[in-house]
Write a protein that binds this ligand. Structure first.
Ligand code: NAD
Ligand code: UDP
Length: 330
């Protein structure tokens, strides 16, 4: 199939392009490079040993998006493009609502106009809010504490209503847990601008001595050791989840958790990083980070039963591959 991948130069998008190419699909990337680099497109081609088409466009620009649909017979869309920094979304809510909502509207409209019925959307476990773990797809969504999370809930709603009105539209909503790690080549991975907000890139930068020590945001949560628990998933597993979702689209909207189903605390992750890479991460305990929940992990059984997909790689693989990328990355 010819797959339009918005945000395909980004972290999860680039790994998914590699997986799509390996599965025999053709890839057309649309990315404005706001949070990524053009070189990543070349690296995708280097890993896959295949060509991809690249459009440097903003997907809120409906004319530019329509042009792609006119140039290619698009069979399906995977919509990754979006702004994703939770803290920044509180400071710049209008930018987040505009970018993340308008892009979804423009793409859904283009699909209607050009009769494209396959759509896969990047959502997030954040839409569950502070539900009881493990999170199951049937749970009511709870308000998130930030505009970023709200853009995901709203985009889910927009796609659900669109599919209700167009019975042949098939949408897979994928709720990612915590993607970490990198492709085994070390060529593509997560390269955040500035000081990382997320745990794994912070840990790898401490390991590289770019940052002095990790601050653990709270050790008084009701978890195994008091530190926050998350469901870390290797980005290569996550990428393969998209190929499975695309291959199993059925009419209507279907929502899947993409996680491992296993929670790991901050202290457990630091220990796994040491065991995988033989590097001790210096840390101190500091206050809780506002908006954080104690535990977040998936019930991952629906994706296994309906898509035939489950995560294969473990926390040691994630720590090893994240570090390999950080070491190589200038
Ligand atoms: P990323 O920032 O690495 O990739 C997003 C890409 O989209 C970037 O290349 C950026 O330049 C591009 N982009 C943003 N707005 C655009 C626009 N208007 N037009 C064209 N391109 C645009 O982020 P990622 O980690 O790969 O995340 C991909 C998707 O998955 C996002 O929608 C994100 O919200 C979602 N998600 C990510 C995580 C995570 O922890 N990384 C978790 C849950 C959901
Ligand atoms: N965390 C931390 N120090 C950091 C970054 C994160 O202790 O510098 C903790 C955070 O409180 C949470 C876990 O690590 O319990 C994962 O945080 P991340 O931001 O990676 O993911 P999210 O909280 O968005 O799921």
């Amino acid at each position: 199939m010819n797959i339009l991948v918005t945000g395909g130069a980004g972290y999860i998008g680039s790994h998914t392009c590699v997986a799509l190419l390996a599965a025999g699909h053709s890839v057309i990337i649309a990315d404005n490079l706001r949070n990524s680099k053009r070189e990543t497109v070349a690296k995708i081609m280097q890993i896959a040993v295949k060509e991809v088409a690249f459009y440097e466009i903003d997907v809120t620009d409906s004319r530019a998006v329509d042009e792609i649909f006119m140039n290619y017979k698009i069979d399906g869309v995977i919509h990754f493009a979006g702004l994703k920094a939770v803290g920044e979304s509180i400071e710049m809510p209008l930018d987040y609502y505009y970018n993340n909502i308008v892009s979804t509207l423009v793409l859904a409209k283009a699909c209607q106009k050009f009769n494209v019925n396959k759509f896969v959307f990047s959502s997030s476990a954040t839409v569950y809010g502070d539900n009881t773990v493990p999170f199951v797809e049937t749970m009511d969504l709870l308000p998130t504490t930030n505009p970023y999370g709200e853009t995901k809930s709203m985009s889910e709603r927009i796609l659900t209503d669109t599919a209700k009105a167009n019975p042949s539209f098939s949408v897979s909503i994928l709720r990612y847990f915590n993607p970490v790690g990198a492709h085994e080549s070390g060529l593509i991975g997560e390269a955040p601008n500035g000081v990382p907000n997320n745990l794994m890139p912070y840990v790898t930068q401490v390991a590289k001595r770019k940052l002095e020590k990790l601050r653990i945001f709270g050790n008084d949560y009701p978890t195994v050791d008091g530190t926050g628990v998350r469901d870390y998933i290797h980005v290569v597993d996550l990428a393969e989840g998209h190929v499975a979702a695309l291959g199993n689209l059925i009419n209507g909207v279907h929502t899947y958790n993409l996680g491992t189903g296993k929670g790991t605390s901050v202290l457990e992750l630091i220990k796994a990083f040491d065991q995988a890479n033989n590097i001790k991460i210096p840390y101190e305990i500091s206050d809780r980070r506002p908006g954080d929940i104690a535990s977040c992990y998936a019930d991952a059984s629906k994706a296994k039963n309906e898509l035939g997909w489950e995560a294969r790689l473990n926390i040691y693989d994630m720590c090893r591959d994240a570090w390999r990328f950080e070491k190589n990355h200038k």
